[in-house]
Design a protein around this ligand. Structure first.
Ligand code: HEM
Length: 255
């Protein structure tokens, strides 16, 4: 690849990262702030009249969820990770705590949600995938497998980003209701809840195969390319805490 196309590609990734960061900040502030005032009257979600704790569960879920959404984009900036690995580690731990707290509260919010069984099933699945990918990301970095840690964090943040895509699909669904008045809000909400993470998962899996795994298959012809993904290296996580070994040649981060 020529230098020109490499720098053009870099600009595309920077633009995409900018869009991701701006939409994450917009949703983190726009959707979460009504819940920080502490008045159930401000809830943008219909509250369950039989569950007085509904509002509280959403507050306890949305506040750490919003913080995780804000932290995520900065964790993917390679330059920041290299220049300030300690900041990356501290923010990583804060992100981890936020996702665990937001997940726990989301389980209770889902139980008492008035959104219907199909949407509730989507939220339970999302919580399970959110925690599983987080656990894998944590396990791999503790073993010093930086390249695998990065892949699991991309997967995890794609699920965190469901908070953004959910609101995008909800907006489109509400617009669709004006075209088709028979479309109920429950149908729009359920479809948006499922699409919010299924779409993100498909996009990032494509990205992971094309950017991280495909180059290894080409490079590793005649040897076990897959083992390179799990190779350990200190890199920017560099401390002994994260182990040490050879540099893994998985595709570098775009930003
Ligand atoms: C990725 C895993 C997530 C799951 C499974 C999840 C699940 C839920 C559930 C079940 C509710 C309550 C819905 C109801 O009561 O009917 C909810 C509401 C909410 N969530 Fe999440 N959520 C996730 C991520 C996030 C993130 C990262 C944010 C950060 C902005 C967030 C912000 C909110 C807000 C603000 C509400 C209140 C409803 C609204 O005003 O739109 N969620 N979420």
């Amino acid at each position: 690849m020529t230098n020109l196309s490499t720098s053009a590609l870099r600009r595309v990734w920077q633009l995409l990262w900018g869009l991701l960061a701006v939409s994450a900040v917009a949703v983190a502030f726009g959707a979460v702030s009504p819940y920080l005032i502490g008045d159930p009257e401000n809830s943008t979600m219909p509250l369950n009249p039989d569950a007085p704790a509904h509002f509280l569960t959403i507050v306890l879920h949305a506040a750490p969820g919003g913080l995780a959404l804000l932290i995520g984009p900065f964790q993917f900036v390679g330059g920041l990770r290299r220049r300030a690995p300690k900041v990356h580690r501290v923010l990583g731990r804060v992100y981890l705590i936020c996702v665990v707290a937001a997940s726990a509260a989301a389980v209770f919010a889902t139980m008492i949600s008035t959104s219907g069984l199909a949407a509730q099933a989507a939220f339970y699945l999302l919580v399970a995938a959110w925690l599983y990918t987080l656990a894998q990301a944590y396990r791999t970095i503790r073993r010093g497998e930086v390249a695998l840690h990065r892949i699991w964090m991309i997967r995890n943040y794609a699920l965190t980003f469901a908070a953004v895509t959910l609101r995008l699909y909800l907006g489109l669904g509400v617009m669709a209701q004006t075209v088709d008045p028979t479309l109920t809000f429950e149908a729009v909400y359920t479809a948006s809840a499922w699409a919010s993470f299924v779409g993100n998962v498909l996009v990032v899996e494509y990205f992971i195969v094309q950017r991280a795994l495909r180059p290894l298959v080409g490079r590793g012809r005649g040897r076990d390319g897959a083992s390179e993904v799990g190779a350990r290296r200190p890199a920017e996580h560099g401390s002994q805490e994260h182990g040490s070994a050879a540099r893994a040649p998985v595709a570098e981060q775009p930003v």
